[in-house]
Ligand binder design. Structure first.
Ligand code: THU
Length: 121
């Protein structure tokens, strides 16, 4: 699956986001090395800080299915990943991150390009 096709999966997932407070719908799609695609959306809460981001949700779902760091090849996100999510992307050692820049154009980069001088436990 191409990065563009993975992005289309993320965009389709975004329509299922639950974001009644911000009205900012975000979708993410993770491509595992075995070809499986796992999607995620942002899910907000009336207690605002409890909301979760789409890419964290997608990665959490992938872990629930048994995938671990190194099992995941790429992710596509319909928004530029927030700071915290960049640490998530680093954790799972993805090769490529495709996301929509604020102008709408797609960028494909490595997680290290999004988070230099990473912290590791
Ligand atoms: N959001 C994401 O899902 N991913 C990001 O990387 C950026 C922000 C969501 C969180 C919140 O539900 C909404 O976008 C507005 O911030």
């Amino acid at each position: 699956m191409s990065d563009r096709e993975l992005y289309e999966r993320a965009a389709a997932a975004a329509e299922r986001a639950y974001a009644p407070y911000s009205n900012y719908l975000v979708g993410a799609a993770v491509l595992a090395r075995d070809g499986t695609v796992v999607e995620g959306v942002n899910v907000e809460n009336a207690a605002y800080p409890l909301g979760v981001c789409a890419e964290g949700n997608a990665l959490s779902s992938a872990v629930t299915r048994g995938y671990r760091p190194g099992d995941l090849e790429a992710i596509a996100i319909t928004a530029s990943p927030c700071g915290g999510c960049r640490q998530w992307l680093h954790e799972f050692r993805l090769e490529r991150v495709t996301y929509a820049r604020s102008g709408g154009e797609l960028a494909t980069v490595a997680p290290r390009d999004l988070l230099p001088d990473t912290w590791d436990f």
